[in-house]
Design a protein around this ligand. Structure first.
Ligand SMILES: CC(=O)N[C@H]1[C@@H](OP(=O)(O)OP(=O)(O)OC[C@H]2O[C@@H](n3ccc(=O)[nH]c3=O)[C@H](O)[C@@H]2O)O[C@H](CO)[C@@H](O)[C@@H]1O
Length: 355
């Protein structure tokens, strides 16, 4: 195996939270030949082909209550496993890396049937269903949060944090017209935006503008009112690619509590108000956010308890208290695992060498 490059299949799909940690690992394995497995019509179609060949299969999750639909989904799962097996045979992959989610089901099963080593990375404090079911079949399960290990008693777990893209480790220029000396609030609702958070922010923004603050608001693509707020200090965008530059510049973030977002806030040392997505599976975003709240790196509010008045006053208070923002920034930075991608790359190389 020494002379031919290792061929790695990465199965990561659906959301930025699944894609970006896998991309961060891929950046650490320049000597590998990497191809990607995703599904049609999801974010990977826009992000991956410029980096790696993208193969797609159709997968879907099992919905409750179980019934006829389950039979159909099961049939489709068997079909997708066969598709991935054929892909592994024809493209001669040596190993599989996945970040969980629906795509991980057929990918892990097919890889095991073909005798490939598998590493699964689970970034959330409460692992998803596929991770729980299939982690015993993976050679190594790498965790973003230590707390997740108690849900995976039969898995070979190791906590490595969650990898972020390489640009987060260097100061990045911000290509947005924001003066250097103004307080900047960044609003981000995960990779898809958060309409409820957007509505809250639009109701509060006026008083923050009056305090001199600027707002960069990443609204997502699905907010029908996204362009209703206009102000010289306001920049609304559906999605922004250079998150590293934006979070490095931000004085405060108002954010959902997806594992990827939290990791990036820690790496950039950005104080935050976190509003966990209330419908995330088993409320995992609240558990993700808990470590930030306990450490004093963020204020966490359940969406149901956060009125516009409360958000308006908390942000105004923080804007008036730079020393508190500074303390929160330091506490956020203390939660950063800066070599997560390197640790994962080392695990991958060790595993492939062993086989
Ligand atoms: C609704 C839901 O279930 N979301 C889940 C999904 O989140 P989702 O994909 O929203 O979440 P994350 O917060 O983990 O990651 C968002 C990623 O998108 C990037 N970004 C975002 C906006 C933007 O304009 N530009 C940009 O690049 C961020 O920099 C970050 O890298 O996967 C995460 C990891 O499994 C989970 O923790 C989340 O709970």
């Amino acid at each position: 195996m020494a002379d031919t490059p290792i061929r790695l299949l990465i199965a990561a799909s659906g959301t930025g939270g699944h894609l970006f940690p896998a991309l961060a690992l891929a950046q650490q394995l320049p000597e590998y030949q990497i191809e990607w497995l995703g599904v049609p019509n999801r974010v990977e179609q826009a992000v991956i082909p410029q980096h790696y060949p993208l193969h797609t299969i159709s997968v879907e999750g099992f919905q409750k209550p179980l019934g006829l639909n389950t039979v159909r989904v099961f049939g489709r799962l068997v079909g997708s496993i066969r598709q991935v097996q054929r892909l592994i045979q024809t493209r001669q992959f040596d190993a599989l890396f996945t970040t969980g989610g629906y795509i991980a089901g057929p990918a892990i099963i097919a890889a095991r049937l073909q005798g490939l080593p598998v590493i699964l990375h689970e970034s959330n404090a409460i692992p998803g269903k596929v991770t729980r079911w299939l982690s015993p079949f993976c050679d190594q399960v790498a965790l973003g949060f230590d707390a997740a290990s108690k849900y995976l008693p039969k898995a070979q777990t190791v906590t490595v944090g969650t990898p972020v893209r390489a640009d987060f480790y260097k100061p990045q220029p911000l290509d947005l017209p924001i003066p250097d000396d103004v307080p900047l609030i960044v609003v981000v609702g995960g990779s898809q935006g958060a309409v409820s958070v957007n509505q809250l922010v639009r109701q509060c923004a006026k008083s923050w503008f009056e305090m001199g603050a600027w707002i960069v608001h990443l609204t997502g693509e699905k907010d029908p009112e996204a362009s209703t707020l206009e102000h010289p200090h306001y920049i609304g965008l559906p999605f922004y690619n250079n998150m590293a530059a934006l979070l490095q510049r931000a004085n405060l973030a108002i954010s959902r509590a997806g594992a990827g977002s939290l990791t990036e806030l820690a790496i950039t040392g950005t104080p935050a108000i976190l509003i966990p997505y209330p419908y995330a599976a088993e409320d995992h975003q609240s558990f993700n956010a808990a470590s930030f709240a306990q450490k004093g790196a963020a204020l966490v509010f359940p969406q149901s308890e956060l009125s516009p008045e409360l958000l308006e006053s908390k942000v105004s208070y923080l804007l008036k208290s730079p020393e508190i923002l500074q303390q929160m920034a330091e506490k956020a930075a203390s939660l950063a695992v800066t070599d997560s991608a390197e640790q994962l790359a080392t695990l991958m190389r060790q595993l492939v060498e062993k086989k």
